[in-house]
Ligand binder design. Structure first.
Ligand code: ZN
Length: 151
């Protein structure tokens, strides 16, 4: 069994209890749905994208603390980024939690608060919880209309 103390750090608890940008987004022009059958996490990400910029974002759904915290942090981090920057952040995070080599100090610093979630690397089932919102974001940016599944 994993050590909850390591995994559920303060920042994760805060974002899971008080998720930011939670709810419907009026005027959204991109949307995708994501589902992680392994854990039961399910969410919808809505975006307002204009001139290649993520102007606003919101998410709704139900999930475990990790998936909710990750979605909340994702919404905080991608507002104001270009589509390419948001996609790059997704790929960076995905790489950090799935590759063998541990993240370097510089890489963790670049992840800002998302660094708190890189602790899931030790728990492969939790990686899907942590990356669900990001896969869903990427699908919304790509205007992919089929629901994202982590399995
Ligand atoms: Zn989960």
């Amino acid at each position: 069994m994993f050590d909850l103390k390591d995994l559920y750090q303060e920042v994760i608890i805060d974002h899971s209890r008080r998720p930011r940008h939670f709810g419907k987004l009026a005027g959204s022009n991109r949307e995708a749905e994501g589902f992680n059958p392994l854990c039961g996490d399910r969410l919808v990400v809505e975006l307002i994208v204009e001139d290649g910029l993520v102007k606003d974002v919101a998410f709704e759904g139900v999930g475990c603390a990790i998936s909710t915290a990750s979605a909340s942090m994702m919404t905080d981090m991608v507002v104001g980024k270009t589509e390419a920057e948001a996609q790059a952040l997704f790929h960076q995070f995905q790489d950090l939690v799935t590759r063998k080599e541990p993240p370097t100090a510089d890489e963790l610093a670049a992840m800002e608060k998302l660094a708190a979630l890189t602790g899931v690397r030790a728990f492969p089932a939790r990686v899907k919880c942590a990356t669900l919102a990001w896969h869903t974001l990427a699908a919304a940016l790509d205007e992919q209309h089929e629901a994202v599944k982590t399995e």
